[in-house]
Ligand binder design. Sequence first.
Ligand code: TYM
Length: 333
Amino acid sequence: MENQVQKKRIFSGIQPSGELTLGSYMGAIKNWVALQDEYECVYCIVDMHAITVRQNPADLRRRALEQLAQYIACGLDPQKCILFIQSHAPQHAELSWILGCYTQFGELSRMTQFKQKSQQHADNITAGLFTYPVLMAADILLYQADLVPVGEDQRQHVELTRDIAQRFNGVYGETFVLPEAFIPKMGARVMSLGNPENKMSKSDPEGCVFIMDQPEVIQRKFKRAVTDSEMAVKFDKENKPGVSNLLTIYCAATGKTLEEAEAEFAGQGYGVFKPAVGEAVIELMRPIREEAQRLMGDKAYLESVYRDGAQRAQRMAQKTLSKVQRKVGFVAR
Ligand code: TYM
């Protein structure tokens, strides 16, 4: 028998609910790229998740395509990994329904993201917003993913996914691989530049750096970054959240350690430090922005990537879905 070791699987996704941010790059995409050689990777543009809050249809369509171009520009290679759009694989919605019947109302009520988003969108708290984590569990479990590279804020959803998988396996026997969150050491929670107590998020554009921001915009945002009234460039999350966030960003962008970065800026004020962080981010983003712009001009190529991705994704997803449908007692089609 051939002694072929099965590569471990990875699944992750980002919502096209806004432009890609430095937070999603450092928390997620950077690891996606790093893992694509050693694992069998499936990366998704989760447009079905995005409509849990109201979207402008034309913008959503445009952003999904731009996001694909940006994934590739960040270094994801469509030859090595599967890149596709969630709504192109109907198995996600089908499995989501089934898993929803194995998820407790109480569990979903405890999800931090749901609590936050239902405050932000108090006039439109839909059933979709509530069951969002079930769809995410379906995404992950359909591909039998071992690892899910995400930022810290998604840990709770991955844990819920494990609980749902474990419960289902308990009732019907081994069906799903139990996934684990894969969270980076540096950049797991990039904070807002304007308010370092909050996560960097697309809903706060001034505190947020976007992958496609022009260099002068990036530099302006870093120069205005909120710090503190001291002078020392030291990592101290409690007392110096702004400086600590900038140090983290600098290290994630340059690959340096915190100690190296502190030593580099020892004795220098924020007037030197902040533009240096801006410069590091500009250089990190420059090739990505330029390549994404080039790819956006090649719609035929992007279309071929997401079409091929959808076919490959569906083939993998259907295997799991068929097994699940059989186990819960549906008549074979
Ligand atoms: P989303 O679209 O909000 O964010 C995409 C990814 O970026 C990470 N991230 C951050 N990391 C560090 N610092 C930040 N400031 C920051 N902001 C965002 C997020 O942790 C995430 O990894 N529910 C998911 C999307 C999703 C998904 C999935 C992820 C749907 N299905 C299946 C993994 C597997 C979400 O809302 O991510």
